[in-house]
Ligand binder design. Structure first.
Ligand code: ARG
Length: 579
């Protein structure tokens, strides 16, 4: 696999240059595959070696490249070494390429392919707390929450496969003035009956109604403030109603997340850090960080000149806490409870300021670990609608994705007979949502479009799933062929080589995604893999080929299928075997 070849070249470079071979690893990368074009396998960037101080940055870089290339020797592994401007290219023995890549790969088995690469070894490991999804009780689950959910899940999966311990946390919006309103609203418009039958829907309706009421009714607003004050003072009547809303919401969400194929280790929430809030305010006070405004609110001055030109309000004049106060307390609590090495928050970019202020306040309080807290942001999604109209609940999107996919599957002539078509439609529909979302940089927004995302051709989640299912069916149809042993010298056609060369890049794609936490690197790798598998499928028949050729080809397909499945799982997609 990739690490064997990279090591091999790095070792030779190390010997030749009398330097530690590890210094060359970051400058070696797989050559991207272009259709029908025979290329070298790995390349060495002389620019990178210069930048990293491995080679002196003086003199003509071309001459330096050629000089180095001339010193390197071809052998039974590296069959060709060529220099071109500031890059040295290496081409490996074809049989070895197939053997080293495919040997550790078996379809279905969790291969850990690519994960032991030295490129990935250089990444820091530890305990990562990822906080994502974090919807608000009784409010709409909007497109931003959906994005946070799938992006956070991807980050958690990625970190985990790279060898980190991961805590997946959902931080519910379960506190604040809106619970005053909800409490008052429920007493006025609520029904226990409906709450049991359709909890999310009912809470949402009550919340909408009471908000309308509060707009023109001063008494409602006062009652809401009073209810929230009761909550903050742990008065039992208010608390037990609130607790019921929370419990019911969590159990509903668990259920829906399961459909999405994900789960959380902790359902925390803004309410969890009540005790800590007072303490935090006290600490801010003791540290001289808390200022009081004329109106009596407690603020932290964040301006460089300390002239109150930028402040963050942490305490209302009536003594109740705010979103940021709870976040400060939550961060400190989590650090103490979990001893994370890094913490990642995933929300849309409208909260950029909030998190900057949060990290700044934590620093000012002397929590140096605040620089290991990161905010991963993403842009806005427009037009997430279902046939029924606006999306209010996560379930609406999932239902729509499943229904549309099921419809498409029924229309398509290639759809297979299957036991649970609904379940397959669900999984494929979700892949479509995820792929649409992960294709570009997360910071940019996009227009939500059911038709485009559900297309079977083109770079969609349906195409990923279709390719995976096709490989599975190929293996199944040829289950009389045992590909446990195979002759790697039989995989020399351009379309075999292209797949093998592309597989050399898998760890690089993971590495890039680990660096900037953007799923697009991994996703684009997988989409390209699917295109290469499709060409190979056309050009390299298994049925009807001589036994040994069939064996080797089957091994190529099952190997690439298993990398595809691994990668899909990291993205948060459950591969289907049939569709
Ligand atoms: N519930 C919030 C919202 O819907 C997101 C929470 C983000 N996390 C945090 N620690 N503030 O906007």
């Amino acid at each position: 696999m990739a690490c064997f070849f990279r090591r091999r070249i790095a070792a030779q470079l190390g010997r030749t240059m009398r330097l530690c071979e590890d210094a060359f690893i970051p400058a070696l990368s797989a050559v991207p595959v272009f259709k029908k074009q025979q290329t070298a396998d790995l390349r060495l960037s002389i620019n990178m070696l210069r930048d990293n101080g491995v080679l002196p940055s003086i003199g003509d870089i071309r001459a330096q490249t050629e000089h180095l290339a001339r010193q390197l020797k071809q052998d039974s592994v590296v069959e060709e070494i060529t220099a071109e401007s500031a890059v040295i290219y290496f081409r490996f023995n074809r049989k070895l390429l197939a053997q080293k890549i495919l040997e550790p790969l078996r379809m279905g088995g969790n291969s850990k392919f690519g994960l032991n690469s030295e490129l990935l070894k250089s990444l820091k490991r530890g305990l990562t707390l990822v906080e994502y999804s974090s919807p608000n009780i009784a409010k709409k689950f909007h497109a931003g929450h959906l994005r946070s959910t799938i992006i956070g899940n991807f980050i958690a999966n990625l970190k985990q496969s790279l060898g980190n311990k991961v805590i997946r946390m959902n931080y519910l919006g379960d506190w604040g003035l809106q619970f005053g309103l909800l409490g008052v609203g429920f007493r006025q418009f609520g029904s226990q009956e409906q709450l049991k039958q359709n909890p999310l829907q009912h809470l949402f309706e009550v919340y909408v109604k009471v908000n309308q009421e509060a707009e023109h009714n001063e008494d409602t607003r006062l009652a809401a403030r009073d209810f929230f004050r009761q909550l903050e003072h742990h008065e039992s009547g208010a608390v037990s109603l609130w607790q019921q809303f929370r419990d019911i919401t969590v159990s509903e969400y668990r259920h829906v997340y399961k459909r999405l194929g994900l789960d959380f280790d902790v359902y925390s929430g803004e309410s969890f850090h009540q005790e800590r809030v007072q303490e935090v305010v006290q600490q801010l006070q003791d540290g001289g960080l808390l200022k009081t405004t004329e109106k009596g609110a407690g603020v932290v001055d964040l301006s460089a000149a300390q002239d109150m030109s930028t402040v963050s309000t942490v305490l209302r004049s009536d003594g109740t806490s705010l979103y940021i106060t709870r976040d400060i307390a939550a961060a400190i609590d989590r650090k103490e409870q979990y001893h994370f090495d890094e913490m990642i928050y995933v929300t849309d970019k409208s909260q950029t300021n909030h998190f900057q202020q949060l990290f700044q306040i934590l620093q000012a309080m002397g929590h140096s670990w605040a620089d290991r807290c990161h905010h991963v942001t993403f842009g806005l999604v427009q037009g997430m609608k279902t046939r029924g109209g606006e999306v209010v609940f996560l379930e609406d999107v999932l239902d729509e994705a499943r229904a549309r996919m099921l419809h498409n599957m029924k229309q398509s002539k290639t759809t297979k007979e299957m036991d649970d078509a609904e379940d397959t439609a669900q999984k494929v529909g979700i892949s479509a949502l995820i792929v649409q979302d992960f294709k570009g940089p997360l910071q940019s927004g996009y227009k939500f479009d059911w038709d485009t995302m559900l297309q079977a051709q083109g770079d969609t989640g349906v195409f990923l799933q279709y390719t995976h299912a096709r490989v599975c069916s190929l293996i199944q149809r040829n289950d009389n062929i045992d590909a446990a042993t195979f002759d790697p010298s039989l995989l020399t056609e351009p379309s075999s080589i292209a797949i093998l060369q592309h597989l050399l890049r898998y760890d690089e794609a993971l590495y890039q995604s680990a660096q900037d936490l953007q799923p697009k690197h991994l996703l684009n790798f997988l989409l390209k893999l699917c295109h290469l598998i499709a060409s190979a499928h056309r050009e390299l028949p298994v049925k009807g080929s001589p036994q040994e050729v069939a064996q080797a080809r089957l091994r190529l397909f099952s190997g690439s299928g298993s990398v595809l499945a691994d990668g899909m799982r990291i993205l948060g997609i459950t591969p289907v075997d049939k569709m």
